[in-house]
Write a protein that binds this ligand. Structure first.
Ligand SMILES: *[C@@H]1O[C@H](CO)[C@@H](O)[C@H](O)[C@H]1NC(C)=O
Ligand SMILES: *[C@@H]1O[C@H](CO)[C@@H](O)[C@H](O)[C@H]1NC(C)=O
Length: 277
């Protein structure tokens, strides 16, 4: 977080210096260089894609979150207590999750990721939430697991993304954040030390949900699914990095589709087209 702020201040200073050269204003220059297909330009003329940049009251251009009216259901209207109890039903005692993943914590984390299910269309909102829970249920066996069973190191070290040799970067949380580079980038976005403290995701339930929303946004599931109107099959391709597509693991892919359809049915929404990959 801190590093981003420093970089941003540097960007302002550089932009300011350039603008005095070219006699344009610094603000025009900053938003002018912003790729508005993926970012938001805020009323402070800052370019970025965080909630602060994109929420309706702050955003002036780009991928602003839409301004919905009172007919739009909130995430908590859709993810009711009843729904929650259906997707995470009976937890056998050997589950990691005894009181870890709860609806309240899910909703608190969603509150800090306003982009999640931000469409003004209730149908699109419901489909996005149905898709999120289809993957989470598949990845965690109905919210049983916090930590991946295969506890290999999952390290692919590079200069930019090193590994701590005493740490393991196996999957953790609802969408199983995995690999050193994902922990490092997610940690910068969420304010934890992903390289030295990957376990944070398994210790703090709210952080585990935030990490799952980070995956959802950063890996483009949200935008592909809701802005580009691709079907559920595309979300499988992204989440599994193609490992269940094109015949590689059709049984697992079909499980995800089954959960998705079940959730859509509970939300009373049509699942749409292109469900497989
Ligand atoms: C509210 O927003 C929805 C989705 O954008 C739209 O279909 C509907 O007509 C709007 N209703 C009112 C009362 O403005
Ligand atoms: C665990 O994951 C690693 C890394 O993907 C893989 O090489 C290994 O085969 C897996 N082990 C088992 C038992 O599935």
């Amino acid at each position: 977080m801190y590093r981003f702020k420093v970089l941003f201040l540097q960007a302002i200073l550089i932009a300011g210096a350039l603008s005095s050269l070219f006699s344009g204003s610094a603000s025009e220059l900053i938003c002018g260089e912003c790729d508005l297909n993926i970012n938001c330009c805020s009323k402070w003329h800052q370019c970025g894609r965080s909630d602060e940049h994109c929420r309706e009251e702050n955003c002036i251009k780009g991928r602003c979150y839409p301004k919905c009216n009172s007919t739009t259901l909130s995430v908590s209207d859709i993810v009711t207590e009843k729904f929650w109890n259906k997707i995470a039903p009976y937890l056998p005692l050997q589950c990691d999750n005894i009181g870890f993943y709860t609806r309240d914590v899910f909703l608190a984390a969603a509150d800090s990721y306003l982009e999640f299910a931000s469409s003004c269309s209730n149908d699109v909102r419901k489909r996005e939430i149905a898709a999120y829970f289809a993957h989470a249920v598949q990845e965690t066996s109905s919210f049983c697991y916090i930590n991946q069973i295969n506890q290999s190191t999952f390290c692919e070290a590079s200069e930019e993304y090193p590994c701590n040799p005493n740490k393991k970067y196996f999957g953790r949380g609802p969408l199983q954040l995995r690999w050193n580079y994902n922990y490092i980038v997610a940690g910068e976005a969420l304010g934890f030390d992903g390289m030295n403290n990957p376990e944070a995701v398994a210790r703090d339930a709210e952080l585990s949900f935030k990490a799952s929303f980070w995956t959802w946004m950063y890996r483009g599931v949200h935008s592909t699914f809701t802005h580009a109107s691709k079907g559920f099959g595309e979300t499988i391709r992204i989440i599994t990095q193609g490992n269940e597509c094109d015949g590689s693991n059709t049984a697992k892919m079909n499980d995800r589709v089954k959960y998705y359809k079940k959730n859509c049915n509970l939300f009373r929404v049509d699942p749409g087209d292109d469900l497989t990959c």
